[in-house]
Design a protein around this ligand. Structure first.
Ligand code: ZN
Ligand code: ZN
Length: 271
């Protein structure tokens, strides 16, 4: 091999090694591998079927139930219990590592499940809690709560508990978690009791939803290009009609994508 070839091969090897090193350094609990794909699978640590048969109907049924309401993320199902009174309890885990990612997941979940959740309890960081959790919040269905005078309150008992655990990479070697989920970067833990006592897909439920961040952004852009509240709303409705076709009637009843004029006015004067 000529000296030049040897030098080139060595340079190639160095580049490759540097790229490998870089990949190694950024590897850890990132979500790069899970964008744009939805999958709901049983947890390999919690779920043990003696036959190893994960394809039976009874095994797949809960996954299909969850797929119908979950957003496009890779969800790992640690437990699922069908409840006699209707609904289910489930415990899920995801490879998310920041509070912003958790908020994004919550936005996406509210859109995919056609439900709206309100904060019921927060957990301020204490020296003790910060050793285990980065973020924790309890949510309840917006049609629950203690306010009996609210027209939309059906005293819905559905709850959603979110915990973002510290991952192994942010802890010292000594205090590394023994939990195989954490070691596998499954740091975002969800417990859901899906026992809504009201219709979910009906237009009555949809009209009380929060206006989504995406919709707010669209309206703000229209304001920036000179639209008034009413012309912005008309444009939004027109675009929605183009986009949804026959499903427009249902979509237009969904406040998260099609707010009322009053909302547009308030947004307009807040800017
Ligand atoms: Zn598990
Ligand atoms: Zn509910």
């Amino acid at each position: 091999m000529a000296g030049e070839d040897v030098a080139r091969a060595a340079a190639d090897w160095l580049v490759l090694t540097f790229a490998d090193w870089l990949t190694f350094c950024v590897a850890g609990c990132t979500r790069t591998d899970m964008l744009e794909s939805q999958s709901v699978t049983w947890c390999q640590f919690c779920r043990q079927t003696p036959s190893g048969d994960h394809g039976s109907t009874s095994d797949l049924e809960p996954l299909h139930q969850l797929e119908a309401i979950l957003p496009e993320y890779e969800h790992i199902v640690c437990s699922y219990e069908h409840l006699q009174e209707g609904g289910f309890n489930a415990s899920l885990k995801l490879k998310l590592s920041t509070q912003d990612e958790v908020q994004e997941w919550l936005e996406a979940f509210q859109a995919s499940s056609k439900t709206t959740w309100r904060v019921q309890k927060t957990y301020p960081n204490t020296p003790e809690s910060i050793r285990h959790n980065k973020y924790r919040v309890d949510l309840r269905c917006q049609r629950g709560g203690r306010n009996p005078s609210s027209k939309k309150n059906t005293f819905c008992p559905a709850v959603l508990y979110l915990v973002l655990k510290k991952d192994t990479f942010s802890q010292s070697r000594k205090s590394r978690s023994n939990d195989p989920h954490i070691q596998d970067c499954l740091s975002f833990h969800i417990k859901i009791r899906s026992t809504h006592n009201h219709e979910i897909n009906c237009s009555e439920a949809l009209q009380y939803r929060h206006v989504s961040k995406e919709t707010i952004k669209k309206i703000e852009k229209l304001f920036e290009s000179g639209h008034s509240p009413s012309s912005a709303l008309n444009t939004l409705k027109y675009d929605l009609q183009e986009e949804m076709g026959e499903s427009y009637v249902l979509a237009s009843a969904d406040r998260s994508v099609c707010p009322d004029l009053h909302f547009c006015f308030r947004l307009y004067y807040n800017i």
